[in-house]
Design a protein around this ligand. Structure first.
Ligand code: ARG
Length: 345
């Protein structure tokens, strides 16, 4: 359209020049009129073209702008998504790294002991079975494990952990032997293998003489202190049907009794005797349960189990175990007496 309007304007202009020289003034003015009209039409047409073009351009700009906005929006969303993905990847990466670190640590811990050593895992706040004499862990269980190590031609290394970590650590491969006055129970038998038992014993109340506890029912509804993860804790839950107060050793449960924070303590009889040694106002009850201690090993090692059993039977039959028990009980008592004397000074 633009093109034909222009051609027309050029033709009119040309005829004006041509006729202007040879025709009359009337004709000239007629032509001029026509020319003016044509020029006006051309101008209008050009204007219309311009308007259309401008409108088109505006529309294009608008569309472009909208497209740009959309693009920015999409890019923004993409950026957010990307950031999210990066975060997720970081988390996943961290979790994976943690898992790997855990596995590596576990594997490192599970690595067999140094050539010629065997590791015993225990919790050394349990006299006379295991307790500390200075930095050294000593006790009946230590002597039994030393005899086992000797039979295997190995040197004994001792690991001391919280009581509720003893069996999990054994299962995780952090030691070959667990000996910590561990009572043989049906639950534990599903997790580990036990040797023949080396002592018959049980748990008792430890109480202030002013408020004696002899029967289990007496402790119902009372605050009962126990060591974490022990058969004493099981007794409070199952037989008394309540939650015990947890402590990390029989001695700290006893300290809470003395401080009036618990009403009574339940513990294995031998460590219970050890904690009340020289404490005038306190006593222990008769046995509440009958339990047996044994050495635990990771399941599925019949040869190792046979060797351990042979050693334990040998210690029992020869009277050696009784000797060890007397010696370690005397040692624990002497230490307790020394500690009391030190406190009294
Ligand atoms: N005989 C109890 C049990 O197996 C307590 C043993 C606690 N031993 C220790 N070393 N703290 O649960």
């Amino acid at each position: 359209m633009k093109h034909s309007v222009c051609m027309f304007a050029v033709a009119v202009a040309a005829s004006t020049l041509f006729f202007g020289c040879s025709k009359s003034d009337d004709a000239v003015s007629a032509i001029k009129e026509k020319t003016d009209a044509a020029v006006a039409a051309t101008k209008d047409a050009a204007e219309a073209v311009k308007d259309t073009a401008v409108a088109a351009a505006e529309k294009t700009a608008e569309v472009a702008e909208a497209a740009a906005d959309k693009a920015v929006e999409v890019a923004g969303a993409a950026k957010d998504k990307a950031a999210e993905a990066v975060e997720a990847a970081k988390d996943a990466g961290a979790a994976a790294a943690e898992a790997v670190a855990g596995a590596v640590a576990g594997a490192a811990a599970a690595v067999a002991p140094k050539e010629g050593t065997i590791r015993m895992i225990t919790e050394a706040t349990f006299p006379p079975y295991e307790f500390r004499q200075g930095k050294e862990v000593v006790g009946i269980d230590v002597e039994i494990c030393k005899a086992i190590a000797k039979a295997l031609g190995k040197e004994l290394k001792i690991e001391d952990v919280e009581f509720d970590s003893v069996l999990p650590s054994l299962i995780a491969g952090k030691a070959e032997l667990a000996a910590a006055g561990i009572t043989v129970t049906e639950d534990r038998k599903m997790q580990v293998d036990f040797s023949v038992p080396y002592v018959r014993t049980g748990i008792v109340f430890v109480y202030a003489k002013a408020t004696p506890f002899e029967k289990g029912e007496q402790a119902k509804g009372k605050k009962v202190g126990v060591q974490n993860g022990t058969t004493s804790a099981d007794y409070v839950r199952k037989d008394l049907g309540q939650e015990p107060e947890m402590f990390d050793s029989p001695a700290s449960a006893f300290a809470a009794l003395k401080a009036g924070k618990v009403d009574v303590v339940i513990a294995d009889i031998d460590p219970a005797k050890a904690v009340i040694k020289g404490q005038d106002g306190y006593d222990i009850s008769d046995l509440l349960t009958v339990e047996e201690y044994a050495v635990a090993i990771k399941k599925g090692q019949p040869e190792l189990l046979a060797t351990i059993n042979k050693v334990i039977e040998g210690l029992k039959d020869s009277g050696e175990l009784d000797k060890i028990t007397d010696e370690m009980t005397a040692k624990a008592n002497a230490m307790a007496a020394a500690e009391e004397a030190a406190k009294a000074e």
